[in-house]
Design a protein around this ligand. Structure first.
Ligand SMILES: [Zn+2]
Length: 323
């Protein structure tokens, strides 16, 4: 049996999803468990083991040559550890070693979820055919990843492209990361909702104050809701323009729940980009909605693992065989 298949895990605060995939990123077999996010470290690992055990029961398993893991961050791909913000029991958890042992010593590749989403969009989604791209996930937080020179650029620890914590407002509000005026502090879903509420907008009775509710209000013409999205778009545009000026990306792909606002976000984002991306070599920069949806994390983890299984190991993607 040739090693033309890979296993993939997508680890988040609500679910642990797994799949077997071919080297093109097509998902063939799936398994999923809820994340026991409030449990101890071993109960979370137990859910990972359950997903891997279910995948290993597939008749396709003998063709698996590597395991790719995309995880909520922060991750440390060099150390093989993860510390997902929404899984408090995992701080510096040695996921690469533990998962590697669970899959009998197959090579394991770990990337952050933003980098995984980028790998998926580059292989099969909106960044396909672009050698230089930034992909963003705008939801509860703002994450991202980079493709440079046709290759995923994960960086030494797997976090390169984390645009949410670039400061675009020097004296702006404190961000939970400790800096001020981060893109995430201005553009994440909770911050879009908070800013609208601060400006006097209120959700309909019985409805929560979410970014989606603000988007609906903006579509109905509510000026405070429109202004909150315009401010988020401005922050994203400044961060994207800075990235383009540094790296000559020619497309920014935007996914995550906030991208579901559609033109409420994308129209002011395109306007703001023209204001910030002004030099000749960045004026062709475009933005596009992500195409991979909920499967982006799994597909991206599979694509990252396939690169290793094929022996095309890049310096940025560190694989470790478990002992
Ligand atoms: Zn920050």
């Amino acid at each position: 049996m040739t090693d033309h298949l890979v296993a993939a895990l997508d680890i988040g605060g609500t679910k642990i999803a797994g799949a077997l995939a071919d080297d093109g990123g097509s998902l063939l077999v799936r398994a999923q468990r809820p994340t026991p996010a409030e449990g101890d470290a071993e109960s979370v690992m137990g859910a990972v083991d359950a997903v891997l055990t279910e995948l290993a029961s597939s008749p396709l398993w003998p063709g698996v040559g590597a395991l790719g893991i995309g995880s909520a961050g922060p991750v440390d791909a060099a150390a093989g550890t993860v510390s997902p913000v929404n899984v408090p029991a995992w701080r510096g958890f040695p996921l690469v070693e533990r998962a590697g042992a669970a899959v009998g010593g197959l090579p394991v590749v770990l990337v952050g979820d933003g980098v995984a989403m980028t790998a998926a969009e580059h292989r099969l989604g909106a960044a396909r055919g672009h050698d230089n791209a930034l992909c963003l996930v705008v939801s509860t937080g703002v994450g991202g990843g980079l493709v440079l020179g046709g290759k995923l650029h994960a960086g030494p620890t797997g976090n390169a492209g984390h645009i949410g914590h670039i400061s675009v407002d020097l004296d702006g509000d404190l961000c939970p990361c400790g800096a001020r005026g981060c893109v995430e502090r201005l553009a994440s879903g909770p911050n879009i909702a908070r800013r609208a509420v601060d400006g006097g907008w209120r959700p309909a009775p019985g409805e929560d104050a979410t970014a989606a509710a603000v988007a609906a209000a903006a579509r109905a013409g509510d000026p405070v809701a429109i202004a909150s999205y315009e401010r988020a778009a401005q922050a994203l545009a400044a961060g994207i323009a800075a990235t383009a000026t540094l790296t000559e990306i020619d497309i920014a792909v935007i996914g995550g729940g906030v991208a579901g606002a559609g033109d409420v976000l994308f129209a002011p984002l395109r306007r703001s980009l023209r204001a910030y991306a002004t030099l000749s070599f960045v004026r062709r920069l475009t933005v596009a909605p992500a195409l991979m949806g909920n499967d982006a994390g799994l597909v991206g983890a599979a694509v990252a693992a396939a690169a290793v299984a094929a022996g095309g190991r890049s310096g940025a993607l560190r694989a470790k065989a478990a002992r």
